[in-house]
Design a protein around this ligand. Structure first.
Ligand SMILES: C[S@@+](CC[C@H](N)C(=O)[O-])C[C@H]1O[C@@H](n2cnc3c(N)ncnc32)[C@H](O)[C@@H]1O
Length: 185
């Protein structure tokens, strides 16, 4: 979908707001305490709420360009019974409102296919990741052309200076998705 706005944010939140890939991918990751995680295209903030349950004293920042999506993410986080603070900001992957070199881990869960300029988004992610940091990408296998777009993405990652460390296909809880973990060269 190219047109994310108030209406599509409400539709997405009602139907896919806590899509299982968010929990399953976070469960799979080895996340240390005290880290900073930035989620680019965070949607309702589901992945960060799962991460906040796992990471003690972490710093969690969700970015999404749609103001209504950010409002929903804030509401759902405040109403979460196991509330942990998460900061949400309006912004594009291509122009992240984040200072250089602060992220230990960056998530892009079912987000990259929606960016208008993937290379600029990857440039921004490199800018905000610490040396030794990790970039984690989730791609839902049920999205049309997902294997082909995964091949293209791998090339774009390598030409943007990322090293692909792991690539797995996970099938669980009725969803099948790819999870790629990348470091920076
Ligand atoms: C399919 S949803 C995924 C949301 C969430 N990551 C998840 O897995 O549930 C895609 C998200 O990407 C956001 N998005 C669209 N264009 C974007 C861009 N240029 N930069 C960052 N996020 C974008 C949308 O607003 C939407 O929240």
């Amino acid at each position: 979908m190219n047109d994310w706005n108030t209406e599509t944010a409400e539709w997405y939140a009602a139907n896919f707001g806590d899509y299982p890939t968010n929990r399953l991918a976070v469960d799979y990751l080895d996340l240390k305490d005290l880290i900073t995680i930035v989620d680019v295209g965070c949607g309702t903030g589901s992945a960060l709420r799962h991460a906040a349950e796992k990471v003690e004293n972490g710093n969690f920042i969700g970015i999404d360009p749609v103001p209504r999506m950010i409002e929903i993410a804030r509401e759902q986080t405040e109403n979460n019974p196991s509330y942990k603070p998460i900061s949400f900001k309006i912004g594009l992957a291509e122009d992240l409102p984040i200072v250089d070199g602060i992220a230990d881990v960056v998530f892009a869960f079912d987000s990259i296919d929606h960016w208008k300029d993937v290379n600029q988004g990857l440039f921004e992610i490199r800018r905000i990741i610490k040396t030794g940091g990790q970039f984690v990408i989730v791609k839902d296998r049920s999205v049309p052309n997902s294997p082909e777009s995964l091949e293209l993405l791998k090339k774009e990652l390598i030409s943007s200076g990322f090293k692909i460390e792991t690539l797995l296909e996970i099938k669980e809880d009725g969803v099948t998705f790819f999870i790629l973990t990348c470091s920076i060269n």
